[in-house]
Write a protein that binds this ligand. Structure first.
Ligand code: DAH
Length: 345
């Protein structure tokens, strides 16, 4: 009889050992320890034993039951742990995988060009100055040596708010404010970016709103050569080393002499191409020596100081630099266009 118990136990332990599946182990628990299982039937065999034999046998069967139950518990723990490890392995997150990039906004191309211009002038010791877009006629025209009823005002068709206020037509208005603000103190070195407005009909090269950056330097013995050196530096930085610049005589009320400035074409290098319309040169800005009247009106002695000024069109630079053929692209906010200027892509 005792052998029978040993046999049942050995067989059960064998099965438990071989089992590699949690569900199957549950099944083994039910079949071996359950009411109809081999251990239970050993118990029922007790009634055929003599009273002397019964205690020892009963104890043996109990030991057997305990051993089998303990083996099942131990195996259960092992299999559960293995299942958990498997699950963790399957659900492991690979933190080394690159994330899903999300789209961020980008700086507007006109902002990029403005900042580029600001940066290069800050590098030469200039400070950045701004002014109001709704400007007084006084700073936009009068202080710029353009008196009321002067025909030159027709050159810049103006949005008037009332007889005294207007949407500034050029950043030269900021120049006039800066001259006044200096209260006769020298030197002045400012770069003034901003939006300007004119009553133009919009087309591929005209916009009723656009951007300029005004440069102004006033000090002792400032000459046209200083202007030329400064603009050469800007041309090299904006359009690449080795650009040539040339001055053509021009006319502005607020400068004397006045010049239009051309840069040698950065596409063909000066040979002639569609971008420079076959001339090898591209007109980029207006400039000149600050008119003595302008200096005097702002409280400077024009026999003791002199200055140069220039006004560059931001859209113009952006169009040339990036090969944009229609100015309206800068204003219609087509993200396919704007996305092309993402420096960080
Ligand atoms: N204000 C002029 C314009 O809008 C540009 C300009 C020309 C600015 C000569 C200047 C300058 O400072 O000296 O057409």
């Amino acid at each position: 009889m005792m052998e029978k118990v040993q046999q049942v136990q050995a067989q059960a332990l064998e099965e438990i050992k071989a089992c590699e599946d949690l569900q199957q182990l549950q099944q083994i628990r039910i079949t071996t320890l359950g009411k109809k299982g081999p251990i239970q039937s050993l118990m029922t065999m007790m009634k055929d034993l003599s009273p002397e034999e019964k205690p020892a046998f009963g104890q043996e069967v109990n030991e057997c039951k305990k051993a089998v139950a303990a083996a099942i518990e131990a195996k259960m723990a092992v299999l559960e742990k293995a299942a958990m490890n498997r699950k963790l392995e399957e659900e492991k997150i690979d933190i080394t995988l690159p994330g899903v990039p999300f789209r961020t906004g980008t700086l507007h191309p006109l902002t990029l060009i403005s900042q580029e211009i600001e940066d290069l002038f800050i590098g030469m010791g200039y400070t950045v100055a701004e002014g109001p877009e709704v400007e007084l006629d006084f700073y936009n025209f009068e202080r710029a040596n353009i008196p009321a009823d002067h025909p030159a005002r027709d050159m810049q068709d103006t949005f008037y708010i009332n007889p005294k206020e207007l949407l500034r037509t050029h950043t030269t208005a900021i120049q006039m404010r800066e001259l006044e603000k200096a209260q006769g103190q020298l030197p002045i070195k400012v770069i003034c970016p901003g939006k300007v407005y004119r009553r133009d009909n919009d087309d591929a090269t005209h916009s009723h709103q656009f951007m300029q950056a005004e440069g102004l330097v006033v000090g002792e013995n400032i000459t046209l050569t200083d202007l030329k050196g400064t603009l050469q530096f800007m041309a090299d930085r904006m359009f690449g080393e080795g650009r040539q610049i040339r001055f053509r005589p021009s006319y502005f009320q607020f400068t004397e002499p006045s010049v239009e400035v051309d840069v040698s074409c950065h596409i063909c290098g000066g040979k002639g191409c569609p971008v420079c319309k076959g001339t090898g040169w591209i007109e980029v800005l207006g400039a000149g020596m600050v008119h003595p009247n302008v200096l005097e009106m702002a409280g400077f002695d024009s026999t003791k100081c002199s200055g140069f000024a220039f006004g560059v069109g931001i859209e113009r630079v952006a169009m040339l630099k990036y090969g944009v053929d229609d100015i309206r692209n800068f204003y219609i906010n087509d993200t396919r266009f704007l996305k092309m200027f993402d420096r960080f892509d």
